[in-house]
Design a protein around this ligand. Structure first.
Ligand SMILES: Nc1ncnc2c1ncn2[C@@H]1O[C@H](COP(=O)(O)OP(=O)(O)O)[C@@H](O)[C@H]1O
Ligand SMILES: [Mg+2]
Length: 358
């Protein structure tokens, strides 16, 4: 863009699918979270269009050396992390240690958002609507016989506590009795080496709300009209119609893998055909959910409603997928006429603003 005065050296930091090794006993969806080459290239192109000089750094062990050698002005971080229950927090932790600025949320926020139970506790603390839940730490705990927490009754839904992109979710995730619960908890804990989260099965409509922004402190205002008074720009609500496509009822890794306009894909309805009151509620809840965990710059919040139409916060993504074509937040931006390059530039500019580098 001609108005940009300063060209920055921006390192795009990511774990690309083809660079990540998988263990022989890894589940079939093990690579689902990692990024495609076209995502990295899309971000690099958007940064070039904004007048910057982007380059790529792989977010593996080599990052410790490469980031010190290249000393980027700022990192555009989309790294999912390689291992561990707080893996999305690893790159931010390294960059904090080295004093290098980076986009999107900080260490603690990513660690929380990658723990669906910790996230729900914070939401509960903030009186935000999220379904009651319980975790089972191991196969042994499940086999010993699940004593269900008060407030939980069948049908229930079982999912890994530390995954994303619909990993570990299949047609046995909805459980109707103790035997099914035990069996699915055993499978999740054994296959994904982490606790299983159990919560009510929410049988209603599914929505996701993506946004860019930060909470403004008193007296602060955003330079651009793109942002509301609260400091955020919320993209239109996207409804995922899981009644359509190959995988019925759940938006899991397989459902997410189909080309968005193919018959196998779920319906992507944006803006969702919902009353204005519900739209306003979803937008407000999404930002409150983000603020409750201290998120920065970009996020996407998933909702489901129960049979009676009550909406619940399901989970939050502090590194939402930024694929130029298929990612939910980009579908929403497109529906509003906001170009991919604008989303990327705004995320960078939000971070630059926070660091006093704008
Ligand atoms: N309690 C639930 N009831 C019904 N469906 C659920 C529930 N939790 C998750 N799902 C389904 O599984 C999908 C993935 O779950 P989600 O919590 O969004 O995890 P992630 O996207 O991080 O893998 C959701 O998009 C939804 O279709
Ligand atoms: Mg989700």
């Amino acid at each position: 863009m001609p108005e940009r005065r300063q060209s920055l050296r921006v390192a795009v930091v990511a774990n690309r699918k083809h660079s990540v090794g998988v263990a022989p006993d890894a589940p079939a969806d093990a690579l689902a979270e990692y990024d495609a080459e076209e995502t990295v290239e899309g971000i690099m192109q958007a940064l070039r269009d904004a007048g910057h000089a982007p380059f790529f750094l792989e977010a593996d062990e080599t990052l410790l050396d490469t980031v010190r050698q290249t000393r980027p002005d700022i990192c555009f971080n989309i790294a999912e992390g390689l291992r561990g229950d707080a893996r999305e927090a690893h790159v931010p932790a390294v960059l904090e240690m080295l004093g290098i600025p980076y986009t999107a949320s900080k260490v603690l926020t990513h660690a929380i958002s990658l723990d669906k139970a910790a996230t729900k506790r914070l939401w509960r603390d903030n009186d935000l609507p999220t379904a009651p839940f319980q975790t089972f730490g191991s196969e042994r705990e499940a086999v010993a016989g699940p004593r269900l927490a008060p407030g939980l009754s069948y049908p229930l839904f079982v999912k890994p506590v530390h995954e994303g992109t619909g990993m570990g979710i299949n047609d046995r995730s909805i459980v109707r009795n103790d035997a099914e619960l035990r069996s699915q908890v055993a499978w999740v804990t054994r296959t994904y080496h982490q606790p299983a989260l159990v919560e009510p099965y929410l049988s209603g409509r599914e929505f996701t709300v993506g946004f860019v922004g930060n909470t403004l402190t008193a007296g602060e205002s955003r330079r651009s009209e793109f942002y509301g008074n609260d400091g955020f720009h919320v993209f239109p609500v996207l409804e995922i119609d899981t009644g359509r496509g190959q995988v019925k009822g759940i938006y899991n890794t397989e459902a997410k893998s189909y080309a968005i306009d193919s018959d196998s894909a779920p319906g992507y309805l944006c803006p969702a055909d919902i009353p204005g009151t519900l739209e306003a509620k979803l937008r407000t809840l999404a930002i409150a959910a983000f603020q409750a965990i201290g998120g920065l710059d970009v996020g996407r919040v998933d909702f489901r409603s129960s049979e009676d139409g009550t909406v619940y916060l399901m989970e939050i993504n502090t590194l939402p997928g930024l694929n130029p074509i298929v990612s939910d937040i980009i579908i929403s931006a497109r529906a509003e006429g906001v170009a991919y390059s604008t989303v990327i530039r705004e995320i960078l500019d939000l971070a630059l603003g926070r660091y006093g580098m704008a």
